[in-house]
Design a protein around this ligand. Structure first.
Ligand code: CP
Length: 311
């Protein structure tokens, strides 16, 4: 019922979301179909409850719901302006929202495990984890895998270079979980030594027999990769000094990349990819963000269609 972790999805579900997202992408170009879609889930309601900042995740979920004719209610900075500021627990907040007839609550929270805590007390509404601390961001992983499927043409037998703050990035953790369920993928984990991937993720890779290497050699990684997945230093996760970015992809690196490689970034981009890379056709990060709308519509559709009690 709840969407908490990227590894809860099987290949059949993922393929079905990709196909549904492709269909929605085409349907939304047609005015008649847009009107039809706008009544598909009339009467259903989505609450977006964000305790951390967001541009893409929140707006694409809310837009997805609007395009289906759903009611959308959201808090403006739940950390500051919900009763969390007075000391209310997340669990009590979710219990209360369950009294207001929401089908879906999209939750972003700074604490790892917050989405699972919310799900444990959410009896009516489906909780979608929109990022929980250093934990997971499963719907980002869905749109990332969908982007690889569209840009590269397959999601298996690929070499993916992932950088740079592997220690704190929940998007990288969730994407690694999804890539691990496909055959013959090879991961190149690129980071400075203080931001290396956690031991639990390495244990997961070993258990799933996924081939990987760790390196601080950016140029070698760029030469080998079919997909370069680059993320910012997650400065909000540091208690002390924030290291400066040392793995910056610039226009000067582009000749190293394979002609069909894809450069991805979950965004926001800070300084890890310079703006002069954007004009290269292999820079897929804005298309990637766009894919989030269709895959989140597909996910909402799958959730609501599986709830006959509310049909
Ligand atoms: N990629 C991502 O989660 O972006 P936002 O923080 O803007 O939602």
């Amino acid at each position: 019922m709840h969407v908490l972790s990227a590894d809860q999805f099987d290949q059949t579900q993922l393929e079905s979301y990709f196909a549904q997202a492709d269909t929605l992408r085409i349907q939304l170009t047609d005015l008649g179909m847009r009107s039809k879609l706008a009544s598909r889930y009339k009467g259903r309601n989505l609450c977006s409850l964000f305790y951390e900042p967001s541009t893409r995740t929140r707006i694409s979920f809310e837009t997805a719901a609007v395009k289906f004719g759903m009611g959308v209610v959201s808090t403006e900075n739940a950390e500051a302006f919900s009763s969390a500021a007075k000391g209310e627990t997340l669990e009590d907040t979710i219990r209360v929202l369950n009294e207001y007839d929401f089908d879906i609550i999209v939750l972003r929270h700074h604490e790892t495990g917050a989405a699972a805590r919310a799900a444990a007390v959410s009896e009516k509404a489906t909780i979608i984890n929109a990022g929980d601390g250093r934990g997971q961001h499963p719907t980002q992983a869905l749109l990332d895998l969908y982007t690889i499927h569209r840009e590269v043409g397959r999601v298996d037998k690929i070499t993916v270079a992932l950088g740079t703050d592997l220690l704190h990035s929940r998007t990288i953790r969730s994407l690694i979980y999804l890539l691990s369920s496909y055959a013959d993928n090879h991961l190149i984990l690129v980071s400075p030594k203080e931001l290396k991937i956690s031991t639990d993720v390495k244990a997961y890779l070993k258990k799933r027999k996924v081939s990987y290497e760790e390196t601080a050699d950016l140029e070698v990684a760029l030469k080998k990769a079919d997909v370069v997945y680059w993320n910012r230093i997650q400065k909000e996760r540091f208690k002390g000094d924030i290291p400066s970015q040392t793995f910056i992809i610039t226009k000067e690196h582009l000749h190293l990349l394979k002609p069909q490689a894809s450069i991805m970034n979950p965004l926001p981009r800070i300084d890890e990819i310079t703006v002069d890379v954007d004009e290269d056709p292999r820079a897929a990060y804005f298309r990637q963000a766009g894919n989030g709308l269709y895959i989140r519509m597909a996910l909402i559709s799958a959730i609501l269609d599986a709830r006959p009690d509310y049909a």
